[in-house]
Design a binder for this molecule. Structure first.
Ligand SMILES: *[C@@H]1O[C@H](CO)[C@@H](O)[C@H](O)[C@H]1NC(C)=O
Ligand SMILES: *[C@@H]1O[C@H](CO)[C@@H](O)[C@H](O)[C@H]1NC(C)=O
Ligand SMILES: *[C@@H]1O[C@H](CO)[C@@H](O)[C@H](O)[C@H]1NC(C)=O
Ligand SMILES: *[C@@H]1O[C@H](CO)[C@@H](O)[C@H](O)[C@H]1NC(C)=O
Ligand SMILES: *[C@H]1O[C@H](CO)[C@@H](O)[C@H](O)[C@H]1NC(C)=O
Length: 627
């Protein structure tokens, strides 16, 4: 068993709030109530053949929200009615100029902008489906995404034109590449928008594809995940009721729209409840709060290390009055996933954010878990279920013991079945699927049965059952709180101990001079397993004193085997487009000085970190030192 290093030890909060949180009664009613209501509304839409969310836009544009603002971008705003009319023009243009047919897939390669939204809904308005492409991609990865999406047409944001190289175009001779220039935009806006009849948007099943998104595997090429109407509708309906938000809330996101978090949980949920979405072009800690002030945002969205990056920015001051602007905004709630326990409270306090709503889900997943926290009781938990929740949900997910060697759920050699973990022990989170009809809950990857099957595990507790593998190591405590431990594959083994990278990085992030820590295991010549290495972004210039206080901190807070043997100082952490840390490049570079570039590397000698150079590497290679 891996040693469960204590994650956040949540401070106990006295009084009624704590008791209420403990029994979790109101909490459960809210989560289950939202989920139930959301599912129910999707079932009704399926019956009425109104699954396409274009109808939601239409209803608002013709109802009481018609003249209220739906979208804010770049200091411009569009009401529901204006958005609707614009969307009809885009639909008409796609149909007449490009002959786009119902059910046809069209790729969108755009940074966040008003145009992204108009093209997306324009496609839905004529019954076609968008494939969202990660605009940072180029070369083989871009070509791959376009190819597997089966799109014959791709619309390109002029801002990222250079990513779409001639090579990519040459490799895809059957695809039409349309650069969406300002002239083209003017052409679209001059058209008369024609609303297609309902038959163009007809969908017989909620499981049908609404859009295609790509998951960023840590290795290999991105895989196209199907987002069904079921997920789009249910997710969109669940978020506002669970978070208790709606008009006149302004929900700000600068997370990329090509990713599910921004597109589904922000834009579609705003659409569902008739509120306002404020869109940022991309994340920047310099403009984040100014954007929030400009748009009067009341809710913000974060993913991964976003809040950490906001915390590392110096306080913004008013140039004339010198006033600290950190709390000068209307934001009352932060919603997202990936907030680490070490900064949960610091973030709330510095920026005066009342509520943090943290959820856990996978883009291609079949389920999700939610926590909504105003106090310390569930600080750092990714979700929680009280007794009521447990009653309802106990059969929908399980955490099972892992075989750390094969990185798959462990099976009892006698029975062949998996085993649920005991309270407090980490294991892989599995979500229940309908074994007779996998596709009802898990639509999987587009035109890729092999990858789809790879996420499904069968014969887990009884013969024939089926579950979705999340690939996440999760534990839960006696209070019903769920904690994220690691991604499977990130945990590494050193001296026959299993080390969870996220636990170690949380411990190191507790050091005041550490802005950010990213932990991974590196292979060393003549050694088994992987030695712990931490890439650090520091808040100050490294000094001998700092390095020894780092070592002292690590030795005091972690078991000896988990203390990183190597420290790599880096200027900036490599992250994904959604501010999630990347490990695989760092892991493959290891500590070989010929591969670590300008970054300085140190290693633990006794109780201190000292410089690690080419000579030391040679000694390791020659087998002259053993760690
Ligand atoms: C693609 O475009 C974006 C935005 O201009 C840029 O940040 C990114 O680095 C580009 N990707 C590559 C591989 O050049
Ligand atoms: C680490 O994982 C391996 C492989 O599953 C297991 O055999 C071993 O007992 C674990 N070690 C600890 C200390 O938990
Ligand atoms: C599905 O994938 C196969 C092989 O990867 C490819 O030959 C085929 O054209 C694809 N089908 C569609 C509809 O894209
Ligand atoms: C988008 O593509 C870039 C460039 O390959 C990559 O670094 C990033 O992780 C991707 N982002 C997501 C969210 O997939
Ligand atoms: C979510 O958890 C916190 C405690 O961590 C609790 O105070 C809050 O009431 C919970 N949310 C709801 C809606 O009950």
């Amino acid at each position: 068993m891996p040693v469960p290093l204590a994650l956040a030890a949540p401070a106990a909060v006295a009084g009624l709030a704590y008791l209420n949180a403990k029994t979790s009664f109101t909490y459960d009613c809210r989560t289950i109530g939202s989920a139930f209501k959301a599912r129910f509304s999707t079932v009704i839409k399926e019956k009425k053949d109104r699954l396409n969310l274009f109808y939601t836009l239409e209803e608002h544009a013709q109802g009481k929200h018609a003249d209220e603002v739906f979208l804010i971008f770049n200091r411009r705003s569009w009401t529901y009615k204006e958005t609707y009319e614009t969307v009809l023009k885009y639909g008409t243009w796609l149909k007449t100029k490009h002959n786009v047919q119902p059910k046809q897939i069209v790729a969108i390669d755009f940074m966040n902008s008003d145009k992204f939204i108009f093209i997306w809904f324009g496609l839905w308005s004529i019954g076609a489906k968008p494939a969202f492409i990660n605009y940072s991609l180029t070369g083989k990865a871009l070509e791959h995404c376009i190819r597997v999406s089966t799109a014959r047409l791709i619309l390109i944001d002029p801002q990222i034109e250079k990513n779409v190289t001639q090579e990519v175009r040459n490799d895809l001779p059957d695809v039409e590449f349309e650069l969406f220039s300002p002239e083209l935009e003017a052409e679209v806006m001059s058209l008369v928008g024609v609303r297609e009849p309902d038959s163009a948007r007809s969908e017989d099943k909620a499981r049908n594809m609404a859009k295609l998104v790509f998951t960023s595997g840590t290795t290999g090429l991105p895989k196209p995940a199907i987002v069904s109407w079921d997920k789009a509708n249910t997710g969109a309906a669940m978020v506002p009721s669970w978070m208790s938000y709606g008009r006149p809330d302004v929900f700000y996101t600068c997370m990329p729209l090509y990713h599910t978090s921004a597109a589904l949980l922000c834009v579609l949920s705003v659409l569902h409840c008739g509120a306002t979405v404020a869109l940022g072009r991309q994340f920047s800690k310099k403009t984040f709060w100014a954007d929030c002030r400009d748009s009067k945002a009341t809710i913000i969205q974060y993913v991964g290390e976003t809040c950490r990056y906001l915390l590392t920015a110096p306080p913004q001051v008013d140039p004339t009055t010198g006033e600290n602007l950190d709390k000068k905004h209307s934001v009352r709630m932060a919603f997202g996933n990936g907030l680490r326990p070490d900064i949960w409270n610091r973030f709330k306090e510095r920026f005066g954010i009342e509520t943090i709503a943290e959820f856990y889900a996978a883009t291609e997943g079949s389920s999700s878990s939610w926590n909504y926290s105003r106090n310390d009781f569930s600080k750092g938990a990714i979700g929680r279920n009280g007794f009521l929740g447990w009653l309802f949900l106990r059969n929908s997910w399980h955490i099972v013991e892992l075989d750390w060697e094969t990185e798959t759920p462990w099976r009892d050699p006698k029975t062949g079945f998996c085993k649920k973990v005991k309270t407090g022990e980490p294991g892989e989170m599995l979500f229940k699927l309908d074994e007779k009809d996998i596709g009802s809950k898990f639509q999987g990857y587009f035109n890729n049965t092999k990858s789809t099957e790879g996420k499904v595990i069968r014969n887990v507790f009884v013969k024939g059952d089926a579950y979705f593998r999340t690939g996440d190591v999760i534990s839960w405590d006696a209070e019903g709180r769920l904690y994220f431990n690691d991604r499977i594959g990130d945990t590494f083994r050193w001296k026959s101990e299993n080390v969870s990278t996220s636990e170690v990085s949380e411990a190191l992030s507790g050091h005041p001079a550490v802005h950010e820590a990213n932990v991974y295991g590196v292979q060393l010549p003549n050694h088994d397993g992987r030695a712990g290495c931490v890439a650090l972004v520091l808040a100050e210039e490294p000094s001998e004193k700092l390095l020894s206080s780092l070592a002292a901190h690590a030795l005091a807070t972690l078991p000896r085997f988990a203390v990183p043997l190597f420290v790599r100082l880096t200027k900036e952490m490599q992250t994904t487009g959604t501010n999630k840390q990347q490990k695989h490049v760092l892991r493959s570079q290891g500590v070989d000085p010929s591969k670590t570039g300008d970054d300085e590397v140190f290693w633990l000698k006794g109780n201190a970190y000292v410089r690690f150079g080419p000579k030391d590497w040679e000694m390791l290679r020659a087998g002259d030192v053993r760690l």
